[in-house]
Design a binder for this molecule. Structure first.
Ligand SMILES: [Zn+2]
Length: 153
């Protein structure tokens, strides 16, 4: 274990500290949506066997967390203005999915089985194309108390 010794900041013996690898600011948004997990080409028994209760129509109160990384701007102390990030999350994702049926109502989810994994990936792509290169660091989608998916760069 390392010993902690008080030292003066300008002591020549003090090792140089490395800057943090990344500063990530997180923003959270919620939405409610219905979905069903099934493959039309499979019969009911196979859909039930693979997707369980999710093979029937149901809904979730989802929580979406988005992390943006960068260097805080000296003038504002912000990596990104949370007002702007919130607006971007609404325009790219929330406005299209809130109070919708994810299998039927969302053009950019057509043909996608709306598992938490697939939803998080679709959200990642829509957010990434609206942010500066490399800025999107994390997408976390909480589907239920027990299930969540996280995508990191
Ligand atoms: Zn579900």
């Amino acid at each position: 274990m390392a010993t902690l010794k008080p030292g003066s900041a300008d002591s020549p013996a003090r090792p140089r500290r490395r800057p943090p690898a990344a500063v990530t600011i997180m923003r959270r948004a919620t939405f409610a949506a219905a979905h069903v997990l099934r493959r039309e080409e499979w019969d009911e028994a196979r859909n039930r066997a693979v997707f369980g209760a999710c093979a029937g129509e149901h809904g979730h109160n989802y929580v979406l967390e988005v992390g943006v990384s960068g260097v805080p701007e000296p003038a504002t102390g912000m990596v990104v203005n949370l007002k702007d990030l919130d607006r971007l999350m609404r325009q790219a994702v929330i406005d299209d999915v809130d109070h919708r049926h994810l299998n039927r109502d969302v053009a950019w989810l057509q043909g996608v089985i709306p598992t938490a994994e697939n939803l998080a990936l679709a959200f990642w792509h829509r957010l990434e194309e609206r942010l500066p290169d490399g800025a999107l660091a994390r997408v976390r989608l909480v589907e239920s108390e027990n299930n969540s998916v996280e995508i990191t760069r």
